[in-house]
Design a protein around this ligand. Sequence first.
Ligand code: PLP
Length: 373
Amino acid sequence: MLPYGRQSVSEEDIEAVTAVLRGDWLTTGPTVTAFEEALSDLVGGHRAISCTSGTAALHIAYAAAGVGAGDEVVTTPMTFVATASSASLLGAKVVFADVEEDTALIDPAAVDALVTDRTKVVAAVDYAGHPADYAALQPIADRVGALTLADAAHSIGGLSGGRPVGDLADLTTLSFFPTKNLTTAEGGAVVAKDPAVAQRAHEFHFVGLMRDPDRFRIEDEGPWHQEVHEFGLNYRLTDLQCAFGLSQLKRLAGFKQRRTEITARYDAALAGVDGLRLPARRDGVDPAWHLYPVRILEDRRREVFEKMRASGIGVQVNYIPVYWHPVYADLGYRRGMCPNAEAFYAEELSLPLFPDLTDDQVDQVVETLIGIL
Ligand SMILES: *Cc1c(COP(=O)(O)O)cnc(C)c1O
């Protein structure tokens, strides 16, 4: 079965990881620092904190933003559940804003209608690798004293208005799961523009431990002294994984290039095919395509999904609207709340897209899809 996404691992990646195994530091060592510095360079110079997954990154980011019981987080339902559930876990009320009909990105007008003085974070998702409209979202968040968060699990390496992903929102979260644009097996990172928020993120991912003498609240007991002022978890990424990530980062531009070529090949081959709608794209945006989400019209998505799978092509559906999950239904969220997201979900089909996919394989996907339609 041709997968819809998969990692690309080179001999250099393998050597980078094995070199760490022969060294002194398996975790919390110099390779973690080197990876975080390289990430920081990529995202506009803001501090980056590596962590164990994209889900952990979201949990850390919401905690660093001060999200807690009584707060509201406005987000999109067209995402992986973690974008919302990590805020729910902190006690926040999640408010779902509908998406734009064509891009499936959170609609700033819908956000504008839903923010209140209890809104702590407006969390957008760069669905498929296409950055959301942060230029429109930021003033809405600013007006109510909230932070913007970019769930950039799909979009590392992308640009909007010439600025890199990581420089578009107050907080950005990344995922390095194998299907994503670069991988550390499991892994993620948080980027924060405000150094104080970044420090809170760092401490939350480090069990809440703090070693800054200027902030100590009890007498410094000696060189070993450290304090916990707020609860945290151990979400640290290892040196092994950071070596993998550093090596992958060197290949990111090539990955993006190849994903762009494949996307263009799909665009050209599928243009004008009846019963199909191709992904939308805004001016001024240079996406880092993670998914190639087509829309299968005339109520045929399930049929096409099953026939593609039966033909050995591992298509995927991204995503079931988050509030359809029983955990949200149990909290009283009802279907029909975000009609654009639900209509998009009903038609969406993600075609295979990953850097090692060959042109011949792309052509095979295209032929199979056109044949079925
Ligand atoms: C993958 C993903 C996550 C979670 O990342 P993990 O590394 O799998 O925990 C969060 N949000 C989006 C949009 C994702 O695609």
